[in-house]
Design a protein around this ligand. Sequence first.
Ligand code: MTE
Ligand code: MO
Length: 234
Amino acid sequence: MKSDRAARPLPIGQREIDEFPRFGLSQYANRYRGDFGPIKINISGEVQQPFELTKDDLKNISRTDMTSDFHCVTTWTKCGLHWGGYRFVEFFEKLIKPRLNSNHSVHWVVFKSLDGYRARMLLSDILDSNILIADELNGEPLCSKHGAPLRLVAPAHYGYKNPKHINAIELHTKDYSFKAPLLTFMEHPRGRVEYEERGLFFPAWFLRIIYRPLIQSTIKKFKMGMLANGKTES
Ligand SMILES: Nc1nc2c(c(=O)[nH]1)N[C@H]1C(S)=C(S)[C@@H](COP(=O)(O)O)O[C@H]1N2
Ligand SMILES: [Mo]
């Protein structure tokens, strides 16, 4: 059943789907683990000393929740997901900012994941109050399928800017050159849904046409990956 979205049209080029599939780049499909382990995030880059954050550090941050739609760049949208966790802005202000270099000028934030994925975001984009570091989905602890132990939820950005299984955060200056985990054209530096920043070099309408036929086979590959690598949740 589709959700009632009469009052709010989907973003340009998106189509609503019923399920919320495990999804990503095909090369990550087979890197699923039934248990991605406890929270352990290594912080490095423009900091005085690299350090590690664990669940204990999160006790100092207030919890929050948010209902939002999730837009994959390949054109599927899952509406009305309810996330729980921490606002990234508070996570950053309390746990990272005090330990930055005194003369730092952080511009890019790079998230790295336990499955080898990585995503870069502009710091100024992710200090927005609707960006969460989530550990709950629809009232349950976040499952492995959708990014345990912690994932970024950035509803104004395409799915590829919502890294799952985060285990490292790097703070970089403006001149940092990011190596995308995908082909260069597939990684827009900002990836905002509102401006249809699907990728680079090609117009967004063209990327829709080449991505859309890949959705079903990708969902299948990610399902197979879970079956092969210790699926513990549906
Ligand atoms: N660690 C990790 N994070 C990732 C990906 C991935 O393959 N690995 N895929 C990205 C893409 S392209 C999408 S659309 C979303 C999918 O999130 P979901 O699996 O919870 O639906 O995760 C994003 N974050
Ligand atoms: Mo995606």
